[in-house]
Ligand binder design. Structure first.
Ligand code: IPE
Length: 258
C-alpha cells in the first residue's frame, strides 16, 4: 500500500461544543464539519479540542498544562468527558460518511512529539482509508497530571506526518490583531512576524488563540500552509480542506532559510 499524505484538521472546542454550556456538544456544527470532510473525499487526520467537556472539568479541578498532583477522581472525570465528546463526534462523523478510528493521545504522544509506534498506527490507518481521530486530553506524568492541548498535538502530528496543509476550525472568521475591529481580520500572516495577538474569546487553561498561533507558526516553518477558518461555516471548511481561496487567515508555509 502506498504512503498517504493526509490533511490535518483541528476541530476547535468552541466549534464542537457550546463553550458557555457545560457538557453541551454543538451537534449542528459537528455535522457541518463532518459533511465538509465527507465532501472533501480524501484522508483527514482529525484532532478535536475539549470545549465545555474537557475544559469544564480541567477548570473545576485546577489542572493546566503544567503537571500537578490532582485526585484520581478528578483526572478520571476529565478523561471520561473527553472520551464522551469523542464518541459524540465519531458517531456524527460516521453518520455523515466519515468512518474514523480513535487513537487517544496517550497512544500517540510522548512529551510533545509523536512516538514511533504512533507514527506507525497513523500510517496504517491512513493506508486503510479510515480517518484517525485524537483529542486534547489530561495525561499522566512523573510529576502529576497535565492537560495536553489539541493544538500541540496538531503541531506534533504535522511534524510527524508532513501533511499537505493544516486547517484549524475556530468559532470566528480568522485571526485578529490585539484591540482590532472585526473588519481587521488578517487574511495572510507570515510566520516570521512577531504578532501581538488578540486573546480571543474565553481564554482557557491551554492558552486559547495565542497557543494555536504559536503552534501554527511552528507548522508553517516546515513549509506547510496553515488555514484558520470559521468552523461554523461548512463551505469555508471545505474550501480550506481543498486548499482553495477562502475567507479566513492563511499562514503561508515557509521553508527553513526561505
Ligand atoms: C483541551 O484541548 C483538552 C482538555 C481540556 C482536556 P484543547 O486545548 O485542544 O481544547 P480547545 O480546542 O481549546 O477547546
Amino acid at each position: 500500500m502506498a504512503k498517504v499524505t493526509p490533511i490535518l484538521m483541528k476541530m476547535g472546542g468552541s466549534v464542537v461544543t457550546y463553550r458557555e454550556k457545560p457538557l453541551a456538544a454543538n451537534v449542528k456544527a459537528i455535522e457541518g464539519v463532518a459533511r465538509s470532510i465527507a465532501a472533501f473525499g480524501h484522508p483527514v487526520v482529525i484532532i478535536h479540542g475539549g470545549g465545555s467537556f474537557g475544559h469544564y472539568y480541567a477548570e473545576m479541578f485546577g489542572v493546566s498544562t503544567t503537571p500537578k498532583i490532582i485526585s484520581p477522581e478528578a483526572a478520571s472525570k476529565i478523561h471520561a468527558a473527553m472520551l464522551q465528546l469523542n464518541l459524540i463526534i465519531t458517531d456524527i462523523l460516521a453518520k455523515c460518511g466519515v468512518p474514523s478510528y480513535t487513537v487517544p493521545p496517550i497512544e500517540l504522544i510522548d512529551g510533545e512529539d509523536v512516538t514511533e509506534s504512533g507514527r506507525s498506527i497513523l500510517a496504517d490507518l491512513l493506508k486503510l482509508r479510515i480517518s484517525p481521530i485524537t483529542f486534547g486530553d489530561v495525561l499522566p506524568s512523573k510529576r502529576g497530571f497535565f492537560i495536553l492541548s489539541g493544538d500541540v498535538i496538531t503541531r506534533a502530528l504535522a511534524e510527524a506526518l508532513r501533511p499537505s496543509r493544516v486547517v484549524f476550525s475556530i468559532d470566528v472568521d480568522g485571526i485578529y490583531p490585539v484591540g482590532s475591529q472585526l473588519e481587521n481580520m488578517i487574511l495572510e500572516l507570515d510566520s516570521k512576524v512577531d504578532l501581538k495577538l488578540a486573546p480571543g474569546k474565553g481564554a482557557d487553561v491551554t492558552g486559547g488563540m495565542a497557543l494555536k498561533i504559536q503552534e501554527s507558526f511552528k507548522i508553517a516553518k516546515h513549509g506547510i500552509d496553515v488555514f484558520f477558518v470559521n468552523g461554523l461555516k461548512p463551505e469555508r471548511v471545505l474550501k480550506a480542506l481543498k486548499g482553495q481561496r477562502v475567507y479566513g487567515t492563511r499562514i503561508r508555509g515557509t521553508k527553513s532559510g526561505g
